[in-house]
Design a binder for this molecule. Structure first.
Ligand SMILES: *Cc1c(COP(=O)(O)O)cnc(C)c1O
Length: 378
């Protein structure tokens, strides 16, 4: 007799999440349908103030995506041609794309082999490389809170201060994470958020935000998200964008924010179960000291590309999804190769061959977690 076929375990389970908060979402969206202020409606301001107080930041500016958030922050600093923007080689493409869109040059930095976060020693070397070459002006550092854990913020702040560099946080994956007991959102001059549907706090479309404690910058970000407008809509002070947060997305995020802490708690329980079950067959992700992750992504290290392929095949055969973040470090991507000075970034290159992300979402049951562990370790 065949073994009973078990239900597939997806990488995410948004339908199940939606069924749990369907009534709250419906009420929120119905309210928008009644007032019809689809752009910059009251839900946008309500969400901005809830997100700012959640993160302990003075200001939150809602924008159209995490990518546009990064662009607005860099535009506000006047970053452009001739400027070097330092960022990890092991991150999502958006972090590197924005400096290029603005005419600046991304300078790729290697990462830590255990935590996968940007490596401060490599950052120092890369800044020295750029100063020595003398072609570009070092201007900014983008720290990325990769997979939901915090970047090494105290070291990044020290390096930015020493070199007079603008420091921003790409916190697209880590809203809700903590460092030294406080939530991320105030580690850099500006912190960008993404509410892409698969992020821990996800909308039903594209959405993002910018956190800052600086009221002057917040005002500039608000101007830049609406075509560079001044005090009135018909006064144009600067070149801006159309990068506003949709009211309907804000309404959905308000409903989801009510259950967000519960979901983070469940993600943390799942991560602990994975850590305990997987140790010995793969390398669980090293925890950043004195922090709590938002567990956007739970990635383990396999022995190598072949081992990883075997594990992925076994997961697939058992109906379990997996993914690779990221199969190629950014300095080796065709789009970015021309910006790269050819320096080897050996850790990022090695990780891309061995890393494997397992299903991580609050709807996973204990039974699901057991099935994933059994399949990885079989
Ligand atoms: C998702 C993500 C972004 C971009 O966010 P969007 O909302 O999809 O534009 C930027 N940086 C990182 C690290 C991300 O994971």
């Amino acid at each position: 007799m065949n073994a009973p076929v078990e239900t597939p375990i997806g990488f995410l389970n948004l339908p199940k999440q939606q069924s749990l908060i369907a009534e709250e979402i419906k009420q929120r969206v119905d309210a928008v349908m009644r007032h019809c202020r689809f752009v910059m409606g009251p839900e946008v301001m309500e969400l901005e103030s809830r997100l700012a107080s959640y993160a302990g930041a003075a200001e939150c500016v809602g924008v159209s995506s995490g990518t546009d958030a990064i662009q607005i922050v860099l535009m506000a600093e006047g970053i452009g041609a001739g400027d070097a923007v330092f960022l990890p080689a092991f991150t999502y493409t958006a972090t590197a794309e924005v400096p290029l869109v603005l005419g600046a040059t991304p300078v790729f930095v290697d990462v830590d082999p255990a935590t996968f976060q940007i490596d401060p020693a490599s950052l120092r070397r890369r800044i020295a490389d750029v100063r020595k070459a003398g072609r570009l002006r070092p201007r900014a550092v983008i720290g990325v809170d990769l997979f939901g854990q915090p970047a090494p913020w105290p070291e990044l702040r020290a390096i930015a201060d020493e070199g007079d560099l603008f420091l921003m946080a790409d916190c697209a994956q880590a809203f809700g994470a903590t460092l030294s007991g406080r939530r991320l959102g105030r580690e850099a001059v500006a912190t960008t958020l993404s509410f892409f549907p698969s992020k821990p706090l996800g909308a039903y479309g594209d959405a993002g935000g910018i956190l800052t404690d600086d009221p002057a910058r917040a005002e500039l970000y608000r101007s830049l998200r609406t075509h560079g407008e001044g005090k009135t809509r018909y006064e144009v002070l600067r070149t801006g964008m159309n990068a506003r947060l949709d009211t309907i997305q804000a309404a959905i995020l308000l409903a989801k924010l009510d259950v967000f802490d519960m979901e983070l708690g469940r993600r943390r329980v799942i991560a602990d179960c994975y850590d305990a079950g997987l140790a010995g067959c793969v390398v669980p992700p090293a925890r950043v000291a004195d922090s709590e992750s938002s567990w956007a992504i739970y990635s383990v290290l396999t022995r190598g590309a072949e081992d990883r392929a075997t594990i992925q095949d076994r997961l697939k055969a058992r109906g379990i999804a997996s993914a690779i973040y990221y199969p190629r470090p950014l300095h080796l991507q065709p789009a970015y190769r021309a910006s790269h000075d050819g320096s080897p970034l050996p850790v990022a290159e090695d990780l891309s061959q061995r890393i494997l992300a397992l299903p991580m979402h609050p709807e996973l049951t204990d039974h699901d977690v057991g099935r994933v562990v059994a399949a990885v370790c079989a």
